[in-house]
Ligand binder design. Sequence first.
Ligand SMILES: [Zn+2]
Ligand SMILES: [Zn+2]
Length: 318
Amino acid sequence: MRAMVLEEARRPLRAADLPEPKPRDGELLLRVLACAVCRTDLHILDGELDRPKLPLVLGHQIVADVVGEERRVGVPWLGWTDEKCRYCLAGLENLCEHVQFTGYDRDGGYAELAVADERYCLELPAQYPAEGAAPLLCAGLIGYRALRFAGDAEALGLYGFGSSAHIIAQVARHEGRRVFAFTRPGDEEGQTFARSLGVEWAGGSDEAPPEELDAAIIFAPVGALVPVALRAVRKAGEVVCAGIHMSDIPSFPYELLWGERVVRSVANLTRRDGEEFLALAPQVPVRTEVETFRLEDANEALERLRRGEIHGSAVLRP
Ligand SMILES: [Zn+2]
Ligand SMILES: [Zn+2]
C-alpha cells in the first residue's frame, strides 16, 4: 500500500510502498477515504513530541471503510487504553497511563490502509462526505472538549483561527455564545473567514477585544498568548489551552491571574467526547471548510499549515 512515512524528526515524510497491515484480534482493517492534517502532526514532524514509534505513518483524523463490510468509521487520536489504570477508572481515559495514540504510538491514516482497535473507532454522522467528516475527528473533538471547559461563558475568545476554531466557532454560536476570533496579526483573510462563520468580532492577537471576555480558548501553539488571553478575560474567567504543545509561557504579573482566573490545559479526548460531539455536529450543523491534497502531497499540506495558509482544514485523500 502507498503511505507517507516519517523516518526521523525534522525530515520530510517519504512516499513509500508498505506491506498491507494485518489486523490483530479486535482490530479492523480499514480502507482510508480521507485523513485530515492536524497541528499535532507538525509537532511530531518537528520533534516537539519526541517519542513517536519510528518509522511512523502519521494521521489521526481518519475516515475509512471497514474492509469486507458495509460500514464507515472514524479513527481519532485516542487509539488504545488499558481500561484499568486510575485515570481510566475515573472516566479520564484521555489521561490513561498506558495510552496509545493513533499516528504516534500506532500507525495512522497517511496511507491507503490502516488498522484500528474497534473499541476506539467512532460512528460517523451519515450526512458528511468523507473529507468533510475527517476534521471533526480531532479539530472538532478536541475543540469540543475545550469548549466544555469554558463552561457557560457567553463572550468567548478563540485565539488562533485554524481547523479547530473554525468548527468550534459554529458550535459556540449554535449554543448562543458570542464569539471573538483572534488571528495572527495582519491576517485579514483569516479575519474575513472568521466573520463569515458568524463571529461577532475578529482581529489580530495583538489587539484587545472590544469588551471583556468570559472565557478564552487558545488553539495556537504560542505560549505568549496565555498572559494575553488572561488580560482579556474577566474575573473568574477561564483560559483553556487546547493544543498538545506550546512554546514557553513568558512570566507575567500575578495580577493577571488574580481574581480567581483559571488557566488549564486540555489533553486528548475520551470516547464519550467523540460520541457527544459527533451527535451534536450534524445538529448545528457544523460545516467544515476543507482543502484537499493528494496523499503524496502530505509534505506540502503540512508546510502550508505551518505557514498559516490553510483556512479551515487540510485533508489528504489517498
Ligand atoms: Zn488507563
Ligand atoms: Zn489532532
